[in-house]
Design a protein around this ligand. Structure first.
Ligand code: UD1
Length: 416
């Protein structure tokens, strides 16, 4: 699959644009299953995970036409209610097709998600949500079958504000008969972006804090929508500038979406300037230690935990990073240790004791965000870092080496 070669020790400088958000592109593509009319999406990032979801909906009967960052998704004849196990097992977000297919067809069979080494996370909240809308759900032979003679509105109170479960229920409820209430739903900007798209498609959704009220419709129509910027890519690129000791501006961002992240990096002493739709990190020396806990939005995002850990690993003291969302988040630890990082993990808490410098090594990206953490560490490490498993990084970062190269990084993609 190839690897990335990074030569550390070159401060980055310059401006770099941010792509549309992966985590907005995936549910938006799935939402196209709710209508036969065309759905047009703009600012769609060129990522492996996006290709995976487009293959999935293509297999289900959609015709997808891509032109750069623009996507036209059209209905072509009938929809299939059985998702292709190959594409669905590759990525957890593919499980989102269950609700829309069930709402359209009355029956859907979707394999249980997997693929991501963050673990085959449970989908119990997705299923409970669909059951609240009247679905009969059973799991057998690694797949979920959901059936309903017409979904009807219901009430679901989530014990935890799951992003995926909130999106699943919002989509299914848009085609249910009557009103649905989701209590303790997630309010991540990507969920709010899906709500904006669903409203454009004719769904009536009201939100108040973590409560959503959806008045179901018999049918939805086509829509055109521009995705929000990717706050995870923005945060990662800002940390790339910071860890290299450089000055980097990310363009086309919504600073408010990064508020918790900005509070934390400012507490490390990193100087960040906020402009109109852009953020700049300035050379600031080694980061001071901080104590951080990941949390649902508006808290510190779990997806920026590994890149932050890479930054803190060259800090001046011991930082504490508590993970409350994904228990398998610490997949970056072995790699950073191999590069000279001092990290101890106890349960869901990592203690990162800053070192003066890291050293290059040969490593593999275990998942998207751990892969990003290794790339960041490589930017500051002495010597060369070889990173395999780049297909993981490509799932969530569009041509990461091109963007970093533009900022002056010495980074190359090599094919085996
Ligand atoms: C989404 C994001 C992912 C991000 C995560 C948390 C997409 C495509 N992915 O993932 O990048 O890291 O939000 O912000 O948007 N859980 C259950 N039962 C369920 C659903 C979830 O126990 O039915 C648990 C999961 O195992 C996990 C936690 O809840 O520990 C968070 O999951 P969730 O918020 O649903 O994340 P995703 O939608 O999978």
């Amino acid at each position: 699959m190839g690897y990335l070669l990074v030569e550390g020790g070159h401060p980055l400088s310059g401006r770099v644009p941010v792509e549309g958000a992966k985590n907005a592109a995936l549910p938006a593509s799935v939402a196209s299953l709710l209508t036969d009319e065309p759905v047009v999406l703009h600012r769609v990032p060129q990522l492996r995970d996006v290709s995976t979801i487009l293959l999935t909906i293509g297999d289900l009967g959609k015709r997808v036409i891509r032109n750069g960052a623009d996507l036209l998704i059209r209905g072509e004849g009938t929809l299939s209610g059985e998702a292709n196990p190959y594409s669905v097992r590759k990525m957890r977000a593919s499980f989102l097709v269950l609700g829309p297919l069930l709402a359209r067809l009355g029956r859907a069979v979707v394999p249980l998600p997997g693929g991501c080494s963050l673990g085959e996370g449970p989908v119990d909240l997705h299923l409970r949500g669909l059951e609240a809308l009247g679905a009969r759900v059973r799991a057998e032979k690694g797949a979920v079958t959901a059936e309903a003679d017409g979904l009807r509105g219901g009430r679901i109170e989530l014990p935890f504000p799951s992003v995926g479960a909130t999106e699943q229920v919002l989509m299914a409820a848009s085609l249910a008969e009557g009103e649905t209430e989701i209590v303790n739903g997630s309010i991540e900007p990507e969920v709010v972006d899906l709500v904006r798209l669903l409203r454009k498609m004719g769904s009536e959704i009201e939100s108040n804090g973590r409560t959503y009220r959806v008045a179901g419709r018999a049918a939805l129509h086509g829509a055109e929508h521009t995705l929000i910027p990717d706050r995870m890519e923005a945060g990662t690129l800002l940390l790339a500038g910071a860890i290299s000791g450089g000055e980097v501006t990310v363009e086309g961002v919504v600073p408010d979406h990064l508020r918790a992240f900005l509070d934390v990096v400012s507490a490390t002493g990193l100087r960040v300037e906020e402009g109109d739709g852009e953020l700049t990190v300035l050379p600031s020396g080694r980061p001071s230690p901080v104590s951080v806990e990941t949390a649902p939005y508006p808290g510190f995002p779990t997806d920026l935990h590994p890149p932050l850990a890479a930054y803190l690993s060259i800090g001046t003291g011991t930082s504490r990073l508590a993970e409350t969302i994904f228990e398998h988040r610490f997949t970056y630890v072995d790699a950073l240790r191999a590069m000279g990082g001092r990290i101890a993990v106890s349960g869901r808490v990592g203690s990162i004791t800053g070192v003066k410098g890291l050293r290059g090594s040969s490593l593999s990206a275990p998942d998207i965000r751990a892969g990003a953490a290794i790339v960041l560490a490589g930017l500051v490490a002495e010597g060369e870092t070889k990173i395999g498993g780049i297909e993981q990084i490509d799932r969530g970062y569009a041509s990461i080496e091109e963007k970093l190269k533009r900022l002056g990084a010495r980074i190359e993609r090599q094919n085996d």
